[in-house]
Write a protein that binds this ligand. Structure first.
Ligand code: FAS
Ligand code: PHB
Length: 392
């Protein structure tokens, strides 16, 4: 088999890259370890930045997003028994975010790729990369018991944090920056009408909580928990009880309870590999960086990388020019580090740190109060939350 770009991973990064390259007339093959059903059912991110939603619409895969996505013009911060609305649109000259599950984006992209003849290989195992030091790299993988090989010009590592592609960058050629956090998120998906029209982020003595949604009937919510939390210790009643407590406003606010359909623990880490490329291999999205989900940035940052790489590869195949390809990592890292900073800041502001001293807790309370009482401070949060310009 031969293609121009071999893509490992059919998450948002790999699928959007394959679609945008298709629009540029560049051939790709996407090799994915899980089944189509698995990747389409995997519940993860929920918020699309202004620019990410626009990217999908402009690429012709945003029709259902425009029909079913929930456009939000504000978010709410609950703390000390009070709630404070951050008016995202007022503070950013009209930008907003769209609540639309990552699994819906994945479904739309798979649908678009298959209907335009895209080559997506699901349930592929033992993926191996070769020849990235030369000018004829390749991918080998096993599917339906058959070992297969793809010759290509470039390999895109879109295989997430636990994928294989990052391991092909020689240790002498990269540097890792990382931070882990002393907590995780217990996430639930429940058949319950969201108790708020907009997202609520809460800082509480018991820990952080987030009330989000997937539709008018489905609540998505998160609770700060221990990094090694035993899910068995969290009965449904305990989950709801903690959500009521942590999201309370003067004892009045209560979430709507309902059957919990899914639950899981998401670890919290900040991670960046520099550079995000090595010879003919380009790392994209979670394969290159991880942010704590507090800022709702993971998928959005992945899509920003894809915009850069798709244009750089299109340039190369159209004109042989490599300047955008050579600058891929430096271009992406400008945004990566801005988003790392914002995600770390939102996480530090809203979570309880087990080793925090009383002075530190007061500083955090004071910063949160400053954010909601100063238009300038609210604007910094709003600009980052709706998404920084792509040409920062
Ligand atoms: P992905 O991890 O989505 O996709 C990588 C793909 O590669 C997967 O389909 C995987 O099966 C495949 N793959 C892996 N190894 C392979 C191999 N060896 N061969 C072939 N294929 C391979 N972000 C938010 O903004 N908000 C959230 O609430 C949020 N919650 C999250 C919860 C969890 C449990 C996780 C893990 C992440 C969460 N994220 C969240 C971040 C997440 O949304 C990512 O940022 C987003 O999925 C990034 O997309 P990709 O880079 O495509 O990586
Ligand atoms: C979600 O809806 O899954 C979500 C929303 C906002 C976040 C993280 C996750 O910051």
């Amino acid at each position: 088999m031969r293609t121009q770009v071999a893509i490992i991973g059919a998450g948002p990064s790999g699928l959007l890259l394959s679609h945008l390259l298709h629009l540029e007339g560049v051939d790709t093959v996407v090799v994915e370890s899980q089944s189509r059903a698995y990747v389409e059912a995997r519940i993860r991110a929920g918020v699309l930045e202004h620019g990410a939603a626009q990217t999908l619409v402009e690429a012709g895969v945003g029709a259902r997003l425009q029909r079913e996505g929930l456009v939000h013009h504000g978010i709410n911060l609950n703390f000390s028994g009070q709630t404070h609305r951050i008016d995202l649109s007022d503070l950013t000259g009209g930008s907003a975010v769209t609540v639309y599950g990552q699994h819906e984006v994945v479904k739309d992209l798979i649908e678009a790729r298959l209907s335009s003849g895209g080559d997506l290989r699901f349930a592929a195992s033992d993926v191996q990369i070769s020849g990235i030091d030369g000018d004829a790299p390749g991918l080998a993988f096993t599917q339906d018991g058959q070992r297969q090989e793809i010759a290509c010009a470039f390999v895109a590592g879109c295989d997430g944090f636990h994928g294989v592609s990052r391991g092909y960058v020689p240790a002498s050629q990269h540097r890792i920056y990382e931070r882990s956090y002393p907590f995780a998120w217990l996430g639930i998906l429940a058949a319950a009408r969201p108790a708020s029209e907009e997202l609520i982020y809460a800082r509480h003595a018991n820990g952080f909580a987030l009330l989000s949604m997937r539709s008018a009937e489905i609540t998505r919510a998160y609770l700060q928990c221990a990094p090694d939390e035993d899910l068995a210790q969290w009965s449904d009643a305990h989950v709801w009880d903690e959500l009521h407590k942590r999201l309370e406003v003067d004892g009045a606010f209560r979430v709507n309870e309902g059957p919990i359909l899914q639950r899981g623990v998401t670890p919290m880490r900040s991670f960046v590999i520099e550079p995000m490329q090595y010879r003919r291999l380009f790392l994209v999205g979670d394969a290159a960086h991880i942010v704590p989900p507090t800022g709702a940035k993971g998928m959005n940052l992945a899509m920003a990388d894809v915009r850069v790489l798709s244009r750089a590869l299109a340039d190369y195949f159209r004109s042989g020019k490599t300047d955008r390809l050579d600058a891929y990592s430096a271009t992406c890292l400008r945004r990566v580090w801005q988003v790392q900073r914002f995600s770390w800041w939102m996480t530090a502001l809203l979570h309880r740190f087990p080793d925090a001293d009383a002075f530190g807790e007061r500083l955090r309370d004071a910063e949160l109060r400053h954010v909601v009482s100063s238009r300038a401070a609210s604007r910094v949060l709003a600009e980052n939350y709706v998404g920084l310009p792509y040409d920062i």
